[in-house]
Design a protein around this ligand. Structure first.
Ligand code: KG4
Ligand code: ZN
Length: 338
């Protein structure tokens, strides 16, 4: 069975073909970063219009890449939420339409479930059960993953998501959009320990997060200090050290509370090298293992949608002809893929 995956929840158009026997056959991505950078963030209406232009040409290009005719596609999976309503509607309408036209089943995919499953596309995938730390632009979640689709949310951000905190802090340091990679590059030149920011919510029990205070710490430091390149790098370093430390502390707590020592880390921020190193270190200290997607599948992509869709198709899920998007879609409302 070959599944076409379509991702349009935010500012990347991602398309891929997953084959149940051969794995990932082809994937293609169009990033709208250039389109939005002049506005300092994603403009939803522009994102939707651009997905309209990109989606079908990318579908054609993955078929060519895979050397397959469209008749070889056995099902179409598309991100139905969470995400920007208009952007989601483009992928859902095109995906549902293609499935109807091709006379194959369609399936709706939860974007964060797809991130969580992305490491399953790697050569040495994790086995269930595991813990998952999902750190993206819209969400920060610690999840107890019992089996595909069977999730208990252990912790979530009470305010900004980790990626959002990266983006906002980058903006106030004068870096472009999206800020995560630029902030990480700046922090490389920073002196660790020159500034010390709080590790929010680590001094009390629980696995929730709060990141909005960190950008205030960064802002206050920016305002109080000289505006030179080294100071900005030192502030970036203090910010990332605080985020990474906080995530490491919460993951350690989750491992100890659940006794589950396999950890999956996914979502855009999991591309961050410092975070990857800190969680590798944690896993070896706790006698466990950590799994990441390859860097290009940490951020949004079609491959993870095709794979998550494949699991749900095999579990018998089908979307009716009427379609809908779910801009807000709590992950624990998903049903197990049994
Ligand atoms: O998963 P993703 O592509 O989209 C959402 O589902 O939100 O995550 C995007 C987020 C952005 O906030 C971006 O700044 C952040 O991931 N990001 C990074 C890095 N690469 C992307 N943050 C820190 N370090 C990175 N290397
Ligand atoms: Zn995402």
């Amino acid at each position: 069975m070959r599944v076409l995956g379509i991702e349009t929840s935010c500012d990347e158009t991602g398309i891929a073909i997953y084959d149940s026997d051969e794995g990932l056959l082809a994937h293609a991505l169009y990033s709208q970063v250039r389109l939005h950078e002049q506005y300092g963030g994603v403009v939803p209406e522009l994102a939707s219009r651009d997905h309209v232009l990109r989606t079908l040409p990318l579908v054609d290009s993955v078929l060519v890449q895979a050397g397959l005719p469209r008749e070889a596609i056995g099902a179409v999976a598309y991100t139905a939420g969470p995400g920007l309503a208009g952007a989601l509607l483009v992928g859902v309408a095109i995906g549902r339409g293609l499935a109807y036209g091709w006379n194959v089943p369609a399936v709706a995919v939860h974007h964060m479930e797809a991130h969580l499953l992305a490491p399953m596309l790697e050569p040495d995938p994790p086995e269930f059960p595991f813990l998952a730390l999902l750190v993206s632009g819209g969400h920060t979640l610690l999840v107890d993953v019992h089996a595909p689709g069977a999730y208990t949310i252990l912790g979530t951000s009470l305010d900004d998501a980790a990626g959002e905190a990266f983006d906002k802090t980058a903006k106030l340091l004068g870096l472009g959009y999206p800020g995560g990679p630029a902030l990480s590059a700046l922090a490389q030149r920073g002196v660790p320990g020159r500034y010390q920011f709080p590790r929010p919510m680590t001094d009390r029990p629980g696995l929730d997060f709060s990141f909005s205070g960190l950008k205030t710490s960064a802002l206050n430091t920016v305002n109080a200090e000289a505006d030179d390149e080294q100071t900005r790098a030192d502030i970036a370093r203090a910010f990332i050290d605080a985020v990474v430390d906080t995530l490491q502390i919460k993951c350690r707590r989750a491992i100890r509370e659940t006794g589950v020592r396999q950890l999956v880390v996914a979502g855009g921020v999991s591309a961050n090298r410092q975070l990857r190193e800190a969680l590798q270190e944690l896993a070896s200290e706790e006698d466990g293992r950590v799994y990441f997607p390859r860097p290009e599948f940490c951020t949004d992509n079609g491959a993870m949608i095709a794979y998550a869709g494949y699991l749900r198709i095999v579990a018998g899920e089908r979307e009716p002809l009427s379609f809908r998007v779910r801009p807000r879609w709590p992950m624990d409302e998903l049903t197990p893929c049994t």
